[in-house]
Design a protein around this ligand. Structure first.
Ligand SMILES: Nc1ncnc2c1ncn2[C@@H]1O[C@H](COP(=O)(O)OP(=O)(O)O)[C@@H](O)[C@H]1O
Ligand SMILES: [Mg+2]
Length: 158
């Protein structure tokens, strides 16, 4: 099963990210896939807004992972924002130990995550960003974890 949401502008993608924060539960790992410039970081800025992150969210391309404190009523205290674009081997992703990091009151959003899907050792959700004509982006959510969040995703996609 998969859920889609069309975002005509970058602002729409931020709003979609903000709304997506309500889909998340503590411990969730979300992989973001799509070409460079597809809108993955833009979406994370929206999720951060929804989770009550006050600092600015920028691409973690060179640092691989950034940790943001959150303030919300969702029981999510930390947002890990990762970008594994520059990772050369899966061992480097394993070294990030994200599966362990997210266990306690945290969620992780991983850009270019398809590279990393196999290392988490638990169910994940994937959001694919597809660039359409006229700058629009079609977001498609699926994965085992998405199925477990079906009711919230129905709301998000409607
Ligand atoms: N509908 C849209 N959704 C997201 N970004 C868009 C959209 N239309 C134009 N853009 C632009 O595309 C770029 C997306 O960049 P970014 O979010 O960093 O992509 P990625 O992290 O996937 O490489 C931004 O400059 C943004 O303003
Ligand atoms: Mg990015």
């Amino acid at each position: 099963m998969s859920w889609q949401r069309y975002c005509a502008t970058a602002e729409d993608t931020i709003v979609a990210g903000e709304a997506f924060s309500a889909v998340l539960s503590s411990g969730d790992i979300v992989l973001l896939t799509g070409t460079l410039g597809a809108g993955k970081t833009t979406f994370v800025k929206g999720v951060a807004k929804g989770l009550g992150v006050h600092e600015r969210v920028t691409s973690p391309t060179f640092t691989m992972v950034r940790e943001h404190r959150c303030a919300n009523g969702l029981g999510i205290e930390t947002l890990h924002h990762c970008d594994v674009y520059r990772v050369e081997s899966l061992d480097e992703v394993v070294d990030l130990a994200l599966g362990e990091l997210v266990e306690d009151g945290a969620v992780a959003l991983v850009e270019w995550g398809e590279l990393a899907a196999s290392v988490f050792g638990r169910d994940v959700m994937t959001i694919d960003f597809h660039v359409e004509d006229n700058d629009g982006r079609m977001l498609s959510v699926d994965g085992e974890l998405a199925a477990a969040r079906a009711a919230r995703l129905d709301e998000w996609a409607s």
